[in-house]
Design a protein around this ligand. Structure first.
Ligand SMILES: Nc1ncnc2c1ncn2[C@@H]1O[C@H](COP(=O)(O)OP(=O)(O)OP(=O)(O)O)[C@@H](O)[C@H]1O
Length: 263
């Protein structure tokens, strides 16, 4: 397997705070990979650097064999890396379907804006948007204001929004955060399906350890801005450096059960 997405020695400081300190991670093509670490360990900052929202002080980001360090967010998105945010960024005063059409328009803008408004194109975009809403399971809400969706449904809308552009890699920032258990399972199933049927590669940041351990085949642990461990869930959750990194956190909160702790 080859790394589809790689960061090499990424550092980023905000004043006196070293958010990232030589972060090197690799995401293999076709995997669902996880990025975990205690609060403030640099996970979102690394997402921001990868997707062009922050400029690193040092290091490189690679997408396949292409260096994408310092590309603007829209260029990174156009290159094939989609992303959702910790706090969803949908337009609450537009309907769900209108949000989806904005995603389609944003994707096509650099190509051919005029043809976008043709009747056939409009019908095509609408149909595709509805298919994606159906895929994530919120097509019944197509005509309601996005702001009236539950938090979990907003996360699903954001996933559908990202899928409009058909990215090869999808970065998800806390997809399960604040979401009820039923929808968490639904989100996990959609991720599995996209991975298995369409070969989509995922990198997700998540504090819900049960979700991460159940979904990801490889997990990288960030601590103080650097990757300290990377490997399959079974290895990562028993690694002493990981337990040390989470020192002060109740292990029950991490979803590591007593039986596994005792081993
Ligand atoms: N724009 C910013 N300005 C100043 N400091 C920042 C900024 N963004 C992040 N930081 C700091 O950088 C460090 C890493 O933050 P980051 O949000 O990347 O961590 P995280 O691992 O995503 O945390 P969490 O799990 O709580 O979301 C923290 O100390 C944070 O306060």
């Amino acid at each position: 397997m080859t790394a589809l997405l790689r960061t090499e020695g990424i550092s980023k400081a905000y004043g006196g705070v070293q958010a990232l300190d030589g972060a090197t991670i690799a995401v293999e093509e076709g995997t669902v990979a996880g990025l975990i670490g205690p609060n403030g360990s640099g996970k979102t900052t690394l997402f921001n650097v990868i997707t062009g929202y922050e400029t690193p002080d040092a290091g490189q980001v690679w997408f396949g064999d292409r260096a994408i360090t310092n590309l603007a967010p829209d260029k990174v998105f156009a290159a094939g890396i989609g992303r959702t945010f910790q706090l969803t960024r949908i337009f609450p005063r537009l309907t769900v379907i209108e949000n989806m059409l904005i995603a389609a328009q944003a994707r096509d803008r650099p190509r051919n804006l005029l043809s976008w408004f043709g009747k056939d194109a409009w019908t095509h975009h609408r149909r595709h948007a509805l298919e994606l809403l159906e895929f994530v399971g919120i097509e019944g809400h197509a005509n309601v204001l996005a702001g009236s969706l539950s938090y979990g449904q907003r996360k699903l809308l954001e996933l559908a929004y990202v899928l409009v552009a058909d990215p090869a890699v999808i970065l998800l920032d806390e997809p399960a955060g604040g979401v009820n258990p039923t929808l968490i399972n639904h989100i996990a199933d959609r991720i599995r399906q996209l991975n298995a049927e369409q070969g989509k590669t995922f990198l997700l940041v998540e504090h819900n350890m049960e979700f991460v351990m159940g979904l990801c085949s490889v997990i990288t642990v960030l601590e103080s801005g650097a990757a300290v461990v990377s490997g399959p869930p079974g290895i990562v959750k028993t690694d002493k450096r990981v337990l040390d990194a989470y020192l002060g956190t109740d292990l029950d909160d991490l979803g590591v059960d007593d039986e596994e702790e005792a081993r």
